[in-house]
Design a binder for this molecule. Structure first.
Ligand SMILES: NC(=O)c1ccc[n+]([C@@H]2O[C@H](COP(=O)([O-])OP(=O)(O)OC[C@H]3O[C@@H](n4cnc5c(N)ncnc54)[C@H](OP(=O)(O)O)[C@@H]3O)[C@@H](O)[C@H]2O)c1
Length: 252
C-alpha cells in the first residue's frame, strides 16, 4: 500500500487531505502536536493510519519525524502545518514570529529536502507544500511575516519544480495557494475573515487533483484565481493598499 505523510493533520486542510488520501487507498502517517485529535482522525479512517506527534517549530523534531518514517517509502508528502499572525509588525511578538518562520518555512524546507532525496532516488513521489494566495502577493500589511513566509514556500517550490522538470524527473512538487478556507486558522491567528472562505474538504480535493495532475501552483477556487491574475496586472502599491484594507477588516 502506498504511504502518505501529512503534517498539520490534526485539523482543517491537513485533516481533510488525510481523509481524501485514505479514501484513495493510501496508508497515512498523521503528524501535529495534538495527539488526541490525530488519534480521533486515525480511528475514523479505513486504511492503516499511524500517529506521530511532533512540534515542527523545532528543527530537531523535523529530523526525528524523518528518521521515524524514512524506511516507510513515503510516496506522498503533504507539508501543510502552518499558522498566521495579525497586527502591525512593530507590535507583533518576536518569539511567536520566529516560531511561525520555523513552522511555515523551516519545517517545509527540511522535510522537502529529506524526502525529495529519497523520492529522486526512487524516481517517484509527490510533494505538496501548502503555501497560500498570500504568497503570490507583493506583501501583506498587518500579516507581513505570514505573507513573507508563504512567498518563501511558493518560491522554493517553483525553483525545485523547474529543477525536477529539467532533469526529466518523475517526482512531482506543487504549492497549494488557497484564499480563505474555513478552518481553525483564524482562531489561531486571532482574527476573522472579511469574506466567506471555501470549505477545507473542497480545498483538499482540488489540492490533490492538482498535485496528481502535476500542476506547480494550485489555486483551488475560481474567485481567488481571478484575484491573483488581477493582482499581477495592477501596480504593486495599489495591491498593497487593497491587501491592507482586507487585512484590517479581519481585526474589526
Ligand atoms: N485557512 C486558510 O484560510 C488558509 C489559507 C491559505 C493557506 N492556509 C495554510 O493551510 C495550512 C493549514 O492551515 P489550516 O487553515 O488548516 O489551519 P488549522 O486548522 O489551524 O490547521 C493548522 C495545522 O497546523 C498544525 N501546526 C501548527 N503549528 C504546528 C507546530 N508547531 N508543529 C506541528 N504542527 C503544527 C496544527 O496542529 P497542532 O496545533 O495540533 O500542532 C494544525 O493541524 C497552513 O499552512 C496555512 O497557512 C490556510
Amino acid at each position: 500500500m502506498r504511504t502518505a505523510l501529512i503534517t498539520g493533520a490534526s485539523s482543517g486542510i491537513g485533516a481533510e487531505i488525510a481523509k481524501r488520501l485514505d479514501s484513495l487507498g493510501f496508508s497515512v502517517i498523521l503528524t501535529a502536536r495534538r495527539a488526541d485529535r490525530l488519534q480521533a482522525l486515525a480511528a475514523e479512517l479505513t486504511n492503516e493510519a499511524e500517529v506521530i506527534t511532533a512540534d515542527l517549530s523545532q528543527h530537531s523534531e523535523c529530523l526525528r519525524l524523518y528518521d521515524e518514517v524514512k524506511d516507510r517509502k513515503v510516496s506522498v508528502l503533504i507539508n501543510n502545518a502552518g499558522f498566521g499572525m495579525i497586527g502591525d509588525f512593530e507590535k507583533t511578538d518576536l518569539d511567536r514570529e520566529l516560531s511561525l518562520i520555523d513552522v511555515n518555512c523551516g519545517a517545509v524546507h527540511i522535510l522537502t529536502k529529506l524526502f525529495l532525496n529519497d523520492m529522486i532516488a526512487r524516481d517517484r513521489g509527490y510533494i505538496l507544500n501548502v503555501g497560500s494566495s498570500a504568497g503570490l502577493m507583493p506583501g501583506g500589511p498587518l500579516m507581513a511575516a505570514y505573507y513573507a513566509s508563504k512567498a518563501y514556500v511558493v518560491s522554493l517550490t517553483q525553483g525545485i519544480a523547474e529543477e525536477l522538470r529539467a532533469r526529466g524527473s518523475r517526482v512531482g512538487i506543487s504549492v497549494l495557494c488557497p484564499g480563505p478556507v474555513e478552518t481553525e486558522f483564524n482562531d489561531v491567528a486571532e482574527c476573522s475573515f472579511s469574506v466567506k472562505g471555501i470549505s477545507a474538504q473542497f480545498c483538499a480535493e482540488e489540492a490533490l487533483k492538482g498535485l496528481f495532475a502535476r500542476e506547480t501552483v494550485i489555486i483551488p477556487d475560481r474567485g481567488m484565481k481571478l484575484a491573483v491574475a488581477g493582482a499581477k496586472l495592477a501596480p504593486k502599491k495599489v495591491v498593497l493598499r487593497i491587501a491592507r484594507t482586507v487585512q484590517s477588516k479581519k481585526l474589526d
